[in-house]
Design a protein around this ligand. Sequence first.
Ligand code: ZN
Ligand code: ZN
Length: 284
Amino acid sequence: MRVARKIALIRTIRLTVHALALVGVLVVPFDRWALLVAGVGYVLSMLGVTVGYHRYFAHLAFKTSRWFQLVLALLAISTLQRGVLWWAAVHRHHHRRSDRDDDFHSPRHGFWHAHFSWLDSPRVHALGHGLVADLARFPELVLLDRIYYVPALLWGLGCAALGGLVGALDPEGGPRALQFFVYGFLVRTVLVWHATFAINSLAHVFGTRRYATDDDSRNSLLLGILALGEGWHNNHHRCPSAARNGFFPGEPDLSYAVIRGLAALGLVWDVRPVPRHILEEGRR
Ligand SMILES: [Zn+2]
Ligand SMILES: [Zn+2]
């Protein structure tokens, strides 16, 4: 697909999902079960972003099997942030060029640019597989980069189907298929987008700096909670290869807890630690 068409498609998806989520929340009657589906879906798919896109595909912070790698990829791209090859290539580039002139999403080029309008830049979508040759060996991941919107559509349909089932059991409860679609898919997607985008924007502007990295990365408790551990972004820029972003007590990192859980189940292994000298440097 030509770059201009890719950008037009991405912009259309972004605007449409935001507009439908807003209209849906205003028009469709509120339902607490739909909100629960949105909450569970948020945590589950945000883990796809943090454990999948970020710590596994971009940083190879642990190892896993080919089938579980595919599970992580499907969960990640259900959030409509394009395929894992593209996401990992953009993010690896960010760590090489953080807050320099050619960083794709530095707040030094404007807050809203860093938050989402960087996605409209042609050079972001002209990235090849040069930075992700290790991942491009897997044909299933290459295919998913082309049809990244399919798992998200399935997520939306799954929410509507679940709502339809609940509605059949409880016909007095309201238009459950629509309610589950609006909250479980549209609202969830908007929330996951902004939690992810906030790491590129807010986490390079607001917060504290434990490590004197040569970029503007910050640590933030609020983003640490909302983005399931990704808010410890200054720690992360000091040691991007580690599976853990919250290095110390008082730095909640749900994604790392999940990685430890997956390791205990034997689904992932070789979880990369934070080297001791970096922990000691942080304590000082
Ligand atoms: Zn960063
Ligand atoms: Zn990173």
